[in-house]
Write a protein that binds this ligand. Sequence first.
Ligand code: NAP
Length: 250
Amino acid sequence: MTSADLEGRIALVTGATSGIGAATASVLAERGAHVLVAGRDRTRGDGVVDVIRGRRGKADFVAADLRDAEAVRRLAREARRIGGGRVDILVNNAGIYPFGPTEQTRESDVDAVYALNVKALFFLGAELAPAMAERGSGAIVNVSTMAAELGASGMALYGSSKAALNLLTKAWAAEYGPRGVRVNAVQPGPTRTETTAGMAEDLQALASQAPAGRPATAMEIAEAIAYLAGDAASFVQGAVLPVDGGRTAV
Ligand code: NAP
């Protein structure tokens, strides 16, 4: 696979203003894709776009607060408009991950986590996968977490939302795979991003339980996402790929 193997493809990355999403936008652009950088924060989004364009890549910022299905539909419409009528690669990365005891979790926390981590992703898939299927090709990569697989104390809400994402990945692979759309997920372990910078000790404590013994960089996760998005993964469908330093293997 050449370094420009995604040339000519339109890639929409949600949550691309920060962390894993920003790194993914950068890797996909490096490989030739025109990347649509989605997020709420225009300043950070423009920053990601500027870095990509500074390296002669193609990128545009698309503002979207994915709080309800209508906002998701607007993002899909805008992405198709900028993409000249199509989106070839969708990376469902936007997510929030509040931790804490179940009994202290408020209804508003549950609503917010499920609205972004499950409902927004569900409706974005519903908007974009059918058109990919009509064209006979496309790739969707969902960003999960190792907490979707482990029964971790304090992660019931977050882990359960991403467990739903894991199942959606397989269900969509069954639904759209026969028409040329590959749907997969990466399942990261603790990763250094802008948001986790404020919880460095907890992150290291979590990471030390894995064979790798350290948190990932956002770029290490982005490389796995880009692999699943590209043709090198042409026979990979419905997979949930652990990228967790070996944590779920031991
Ligand atoms: P992050 O740095 O906190 O970035 C989150 C992204 O989501 C930002 O770009 C943010 O953009 C966007 N976002 C948040 N709320 C949104 C909303 N309502 N509408 C639209 N966009 C919204 O996240 P990260 O640490 O890179 O994590 C990215 C993904 O990886 C998440 O799904 C997370 O669950 C998963 N993950 C992370 C880790 C980790 O240790 N970091 C481990 C496993 C899995 P704006 O602020 O511009 O809206």
